[in-house]
Every structure is written in structure tokens, then in C-alpha cells.
Write a protein that binds this ligand. Structure first.
Ligand SMILES: *[C@@H]1O[C@H](CO)[C@@H](O)[C@H](O)[C@H]1NC(C)=O
Ligand SMILES: *[C@@H]1O[C@H](CO)[C@@H](O)[C@H](O)[C@H]1NC(C)=O
Length: 263
């Protein structure tokens, strides 16, 4: 009974996230033959836990990949869609995906927005969409499968409403637009993380902070929780990956019910 409530919690998000996808991506054929390799492109909210950075990437790679699946976290602290390309990270991701092809089916997750939205970066939302569309097209040329990811919510709550400050709406919309334009797979991590954080409340949410005053980056426990959220969303959007992307049952159950999890 409780479990079905949990399933409903996530199903509503998934309906939301997949409705933006107009047409299925023309992905590589016969995905069952090789295990997947995940190459994670993004900013510090994807990146390895370190000073001034820490996202969901390591928790996803360390706890959910099974049956020969593998992956590498290329999240770069402070990155925008512009700096990630100009600094050479993007070329590294594409090369890694290409090199993996003999033994793996490559997937590239793409999550940007936290820095692209900063006024001093001077990146319009139209430009963000265009940069993401270009990323998707270049992933397809590898060939590999692109998965767009909307930005992980920050953990600041409004003192008036008691709910999460939804200050990533612009970059979330720009990412959905890139999915619509390309037909790429997309997971709405922004919606799922916002919903979960609202369900558990500000005190619990802050326990995932990298340090007490950092409401953006995740500590290791947060990486594991939100990494498992990404796994749940990937399995919903790309069911062919279910054998290889296996969320930890107790975490998936807690997420599904909107119940606080910390370990
Ligand atoms: C901001 O970007 C626009 C469009 O690329 C450009 O025309 C303008 O010069 C830039 N402004 C600054 C201050 O860099
Ligand atoms: C994931 O595993 C690596 C390698 O053991 C480790 O350095 C890192 O801290 C782990 N990350 C998390 C979030 O547990």
C-alpha cells in the first residue's frame, strides 16, 4: 500500500518530464548487447565531492550501476555550457564516449544551468538552449545517447511559504526546450528534487549540505540520495537500462514516498 503511494509520487513527475519529449531519439541499435557506460557532463552539482563542489554524479556511479555498467564523472565546478566547451571538458567527454564504444553502449548525461543563469556569465536562456542542442547533436554523432538533466534544486526554502525557492525555473525551461527541439531523452531532476525537498522540509534538506552554509552542493550522503533519484528517473525515461541502473531499494522506496533518507 505504502509502496504504491510511493510509485504515484514519482509517476506524476515522470509524466511531467516525458511529456516534453516530442519524438524518441534515434539511438544506437541493439542496446542489450553491451552494458552501458555513463559519461556525466555538468557543473559542480554533478561533480565529485570536493571543496566548493559536490553533486549527484558519484552517488549515482558508486551505488546504482550493475551487471558490467560503468561511468565517469566529468562534472566541473563553476562550469557553464560555454566554459565546459572552451576549457576542453566537452571534447574529453566525447572522446571518452567514442573510446568506450567497443565494449560499452555510451550514454552522456548533460546537466547545466546553475552557472549559466548567473548574470555575469551573460548567457541568455536562448543561448543556453542552443548550446544544449549542440551538445545533444554532437553526442549523437559519436554515436552515443544523450540524456538531458534539469538542474538539481538548491536547498533554500522561502520563509513565507515554507517551500523551496524555485530559482532554477529559467534554466529548467531552457533545458526542456532543448529536449523538445532535439527529441532527446530528458529527466526532470529539478522537479523531482524540488518535490522531495518540499516533502522532507528544510531541516532534513540541510543535512545534505556539503558544509552547513552550502545549500547548493551535496555531501557524500546527499550524493547517494540524489544519485539514486537520477537512477530512478533514468529507468523511467529509458526502461532498457533497468537491468544496469538499479537504485538501492530502500532509497528508491524512501524517495517514492517522499520520506527523508540519510545513511
Ligand atoms: C553579452 O552577450 C551578448 C551576446 O553574445 C554580446 O553582444 C554582448 O557584448 C555581451 N556583453 C558583455 C558585457 O559581455
Ligand atoms: C565514490 O567512490 C569513490 C571511489 O571509491 C570515492 O572516492 C567517492 O568518495 C565516492 N563518492 C561518494 C559520493 O560516496
Amino acid at each position: 500500500m505504502l509502496f504504491s503511494t510511493g510509485a504515484a509520487f514519482f509517476t506524476s513527475l515522470v509524466a511531467l518530464s516525458t511529456s516534453a519529449t516530442a519524438a524518441p531519439a534515434p539511438g544506437p541499435k541493439d542496446k542489450s548487447a553491451k552494458p552501458p557506460a555513463f559519461f556525466l557532463a555538468g557543473d559542480s552539482t554533478t561533480a565529485v565531492q570536493a571543496e566548493n563542489g559536490g553533486g549527484w554524479g558519484d552517488g549515482f556511479l558508486n551505488t546504482t550501476l550493475k551487471s558490467g555498467a560503468t561511468g565517469t564523472n566529468y562534472g566541473h565546478n563553476g562550469a557553464t555550457t560555454v566554459s565546459f566547451r572552451d576549457g576542453g571538458d566537452w571534447a574529453t567527454v566525447l572522446a571518452a564516449a567514442k573510446n568506450a564504444r567497443s565494449s560499452y553502449e555510451p550514454y552522456v548525461t548533460i546537466q547545466f544551468g546553475h552557472n549559466d543563469q548567473k548574470p555575469e556569465k551573460n548567457i541568455s536562456m536562448a543561448k543556453l538552449t542552443a548550446n544544449l542542442v549542440k551538445f545533444v547533436n554532437e553526442v549523437r554523432a559519436v554515436p552515443a545517447t544523450a540524456i538531458l538533466v534539469t538542474s538539481l534544486s538548491r536547498r533554500r526554502f522561502s520563509t513565507s511559504t515554507g517551500k523551496i525557492n524555485e530559482n532554477l525555473a529559467d534554466v529548467t525551461a531552457a533545458t526542456k526546450e532543448a529536449a523538445t527541439k532535439t527529441g532527446a531523452k530528458i529527466i526532470d531532476l529539478n522537479a523531482a528534487s524540488t518535490k522531495y525537498l518540499n516533502a522532507i522540509g528544510p531541516e532534513n534538506a540541510a543535512t545534505y549540505n556539503l558544509n552547513p552554509t552550502d545549500f547548493t552542493h551535496l555531501n557524500s550522503q546527499g550524493s547517494v540520495v540524489f544519485g539514486n533519484m537520477v537512477a530512478v528517473l533514468i529507468d523511467e525515461a529509458l526502461p532498457e537500462l533497468k537491468q544496469h541502473v538499479v537504485p538501492v531499494t530502500k532509497i528508491a522506496t524512501a524517495l517514492g514516498k517522499g520520506e527523508y533518507y540519510f545513511a
